[in-house]
Design a protein around this ligand. Sequence first.
Ligand SMILES: NC(=O)c1ccc[n+]([C@@H]2O[C@H](COP(=O)([O-])OP(=O)(O)OC[C@H]3O[C@@H](n4cnc5c(N)ncnc54)[C@H](O)[C@@H]3O)[C@@H](O)[C@H]2O)c1
Length: 807
Amino acid sequence: MICRPAAVRAMATRASTMTVARRAVVQGIPSLSTLATTTASSPVFTNSTNTAAQQRFQSTAAAVAEEQATTGTSKAPKTFVPTPERQYENFTNVEITADGVAIIRFDCANQSVNTISFAVADEAKTLWAKEIEHNDNVKAVVFASAKPGTFIAGADIKDIKACENKQDLVPIIEDGVNMFQKIRAKKIPLVVAIDGVALGGGLEWCLWCDYRICTDSPKTKMGLPEVKLGLLPGFGGTQKLPQLVGVQAALDMMLTGKDIRPAKAKKMGLVDLVVAPASLEQVAIDSARQMANGTLKPKRKQKSTMNKMLEDNQYGRKIIWNQVEKMVNKQTNGNYPAPFAIMQSVEYGLQNPGDKGLKNEREQFAKLAATSESAALINIFEGMTAMKKHNFGADAAVPVKNIAVMGAGLMGAGISQVSVEKGKYNVMLKDRDDAGVGRGMSLITDAWKKKLQKKRMTQYQANINTSSITPLTDDNPVWEKHFSQADVVIEAVFEDLDLKKRIVKEMERVTPEHCIFASNTSAIPITKIAEGAGRPENIIGMHYFSPVPMMPLLEIIPHEGTSDAAKATAFEVGTKQGKTCIVTKDVPGFYVNRCLGPFLVEVSALARDGVSLEMLDKSMTKFGMPVGPVTLADEVGIDIASHVATFLSEADLGVRMTGGDVSLLQEMVNRGWLGKKSGQGFYTYPKGKGKKKFINDEVKQYAKMFVENDLKLEEKEVQDRLVSRFINEAAKCVEDEIIESPEVGDIGLIFGTGFAPFRGGPFTYLDQVGVTQYVDMMHGFADKYGPQFEPCQLLKDYAATGKKFRN
Ligand SMILES: NC(=O)c1ccc[n+]([C@@H]2O[C@H](COP(=O)([O-])OP(=O)(O)OC[C@H]3O[C@@H](n4cnc5c(N)ncnc54)[C@H](O)[C@@H]3O)[C@@H](O)[C@H]2O)c1
């Protein structure tokens, strides 16, 4: 139910989409999905080279075979040239054109995407030494991918993780850099042909080349997203990118980790040419040939006068540095070391170009790889990747084309928007009347208008999207005909059990047998909604977070009788809508709100113990939360926060919901202080752009009324009291099997609440602090403040055995 505040969702959104440029620095975690992934499963040794190309060029193996055949050194019949044996695991066989252009295609075995692993680098060395280095016939090289629509997705994180002493990464990276220096030492043109993603180590590979050509495919994007894993581009990226695109643009790319699309890449000088996918390889070969014979010379983008003044002298650079440092400090709160290391590496490289700069870069990389922040961010990335799979059966999901959304309010509109925009589903959006459905449609079309203005969507896409939604109301009986085509219904009407049950009945009447019914209830047990249903096995909970287009998490809640088909369908629909899905048991608050319950009670307990509202907020933002609890309550709405707290107080959490008095919230509701939406909550929100919120005297006096005994608590104790309530509940959810694993628990709280990403979520944090110490601390709090701090059995067991939750 909880509507997350702007700051939380901004954080979580950055976490998931990383679309925000400067502001996203580091706090952003995920769209890690586009980084190297090892979950791939394409057939081994797929070579997608088309037959025309195969006819045009001969692989060296084929050439040898043909030569053997014609010289009679082979027993093979002269008229038949056998398909050459694949020589490499990670590359297709090298092909060399008659005029000396060698084509080297990445094609990592057993993976649907190419990644740069230590093994790939090793094999590249062998390939180069064997086929190119001493081959005087080779006049130029084209690097490409044999996998259509993907160039190189990044470096293989598994290698980095597996390296126990991160210092060992220094010589390994040096080896890779030496390989490129050797490649360049042949002094022949190196051209790279990019179709699909070229990220991280993949883009760094391109940066070592002389000429970059990419396709205009929507799949093509380039970036250095290492910062999202708490790392820096260690394979020459911090040294080469500023030379190519300028210091400011390079810092922007590396500090945000954002993707660059083809048109922008051309404009900023990251690539030399943009072509259609069908002509990519031919253009790359032609360009390589022309570079070799001197008829093509790459033109570097000229800097503007202003950029020259800023970037090409130490005074100008000082201005840039000051500004960037200020921004990074503000965005990271000092919690993320990677952006600082990126800045250092770029700055050092400008002063010490060449080998010294590269050496410093890899040393910085190894240092970052050893930090707890990087380990935490890598854990999140891996968790996200793991969460893309479900175990309800590969073919269990019903095929979904049409989604019916009931209720065009805030949630229904958001669900419709992501269903169309991301999921590419047809949506039927129904409310009671024109006014209701009109409100929902306006929310959606306004969102798309904004995207259009910001050039994040084309007019064509906006038109297609709009035509994919059919608004329907009770006033026109034609809605039943539309709903008879629905594969999934997602219900987002008022939070009222009778109404929801009525809708189940109505849906069972008008929708086909296979249609899955999902409820977006925030609190009503799914079991209750399914009671009396004709097809209870089709009923499931899909709990979205508000605002739906921004928040990356979806909780999927089966009841006991939900079929695997319904579970798999909900999972696949949620994933296509761009959500990271976690499955939770059908209990009050599900997972995320259940954890927020004890946390909210503790906020009131701390207010009672004399902690000021400002300190409550500050202590949590310092811990790494995107906003403090007071701001959170204001942004969520005091009425909603009060409802959640009261609801969970009456649920099954027992002593864990005691220790404070959440009636403080109810009294605020009675006064009309509903938070940001009413202009007055804990903070006052003055109207007018740029005006800052503040806590006024009336609210201060009000808060003081609740102080029983000012304990003059230190900030650390405030943090520990709040966070331990959160963490204990998360652990209890694992103990009670409400969620499947600590990994799910980490992802759920980071994506659902913005839990300090650099700490990796509650369980990674516990491991980092030490479960034993944490349990001791909680026992201390239990003695001092009461049984609400008693750690759950699981925590005590882990503490007793010294076990870790992750790794
Ligand atoms: N707002 C949140 O932060 C949030 C988060 C998660 C879940 N939820 C849950 O999602 C559901 C909807 O919440 P919301 O915030 O969008 O509410 P809302 O009040 O904005 O929208 C509800 C919509 O349902 C429509 N409606 C009511 N009865 C209907 C009927 N019989 N047929 C068709 N439409 C009908 C209403 O006209 C209204 O437009 C609730 O169950 C809520 O608990 C809300």
